[in-house]
Ligand binder design. Structure first.
Ligand code: SAM
Length: 244
């Protein structure tokens, strides 16, 4: 599964993607994450080079109709999204050309791209959505907004899924993209050591316990529910199903 993130702040992903299960999935090439900074792909009319060599990119503008904050301009986002699509296609062409040179070429499936645009008012992101994305598509492009959001004409052009990760407003789409990548990666075979350990596929509980059986905190004993020590899987599942 390949993830592509259109963001003004690619570095904000660094530590999360390096750690634990997601970090391992990336190093094992089970998933990949590529970044496209709209500033980098902005047309030259929006770039100004200063005598000291520094470049300013005018990636935002005042909102038409008034109001506070800044709106992200459409052109850099359009260019970055197009770059992501072009990269996916070129990578496939490269792979296909290599494959055709083999003695027994395989039938390679063409890339299937899902576009996801983040907004607090979008459709709620769910595990079912993640599962469908992973089983139906090869590549997901996440479009992360900031400030007052992205000029609406970007959505008009690309018609991406409009997705929210919850009823609250964040400062940017980077956390939503990390949430989606994490949740979708869990659905990729091999990412979780034991695929069946996906909570989504079994009866699970938010109340979990490990050693010691009796925890003493400030002289008070905290014990593990007897049922979990019973060794009876039926009773344990029953206990979990009852909202424990
Ligand atoms: N007025 C903007 C709107 O309704 O889209 C809110 C902009 S918000 C401050 C900046 C960016 O953060 C949004 O463009 C979106 O990409 C992202 N964002 C904020 N909250 C989000 C949420 N709950 N789910 C998904 N994306 C969110």
């Amino acid at each position: 599964m390949k993830f592509h993130v259109v963001t003004l702040f690619p570095e904000s992903f660094d530590s999360y993607l390096k750690e634990s299960i997601i970090g391992r999935a990336i190093s094992q090439k089970l998933i990949s994450v590529a970044f496209y900074d709209p500033r980098k792909y902005a047309p030259k009319e929006l770039k100004k080079k200063w005598p000291d060599g520094n470049v300013t990119v005018y990636a935002d503008g005042r909102p038409f109709g008034g109001g506070p904050g800044m709106v992200l301009r459409a052109e850099p986002y359009i260019a970055a999204i197009e770059k992501a699509i072009e990269t996916i296609q070129k990578e496939f062409e490269k792979l296909d050309a290599k494959n055709k040179k083999l003695a027994k070429p395989k039938k390679l499936a063409k890339p299937k791209i899902k576009l996801v645009y983040f907004s607090p008012a979008g459709e709620k992101f769910t595990t079912a959505y993640a599962k469908n994305a992973v089983t139906t598509f090869t590549d997901v492009i996440f479009i992360c907004g900031r400030y007052e959001g992205i000029d609406a004409r970007v959505q008009e052009i690309f018609k991406a899924d409009d997705i929210s990760i919850g009823d609250y407003v964040l400062t940017g789409g980077e956390l939503p993209a990390m949430v989606c990548i994490d949740c979708m990666a869990r659905q990729v075979s091999g990412v979780l050591g034991n695929f069946d350990s996906r909570e989504e596929e079994r009866i699970s509980s938010s109340k979990v316990y490990t050693r010691p059986e009796v925890l003493i905190h400030k002289k008070k004993k905290h014990t593990v529910p007897d049922v979990l020590l019973s060794g009876n899987p039926k009773l344990i599942d029953e206990w979990k199903k009852n909202g424990n």
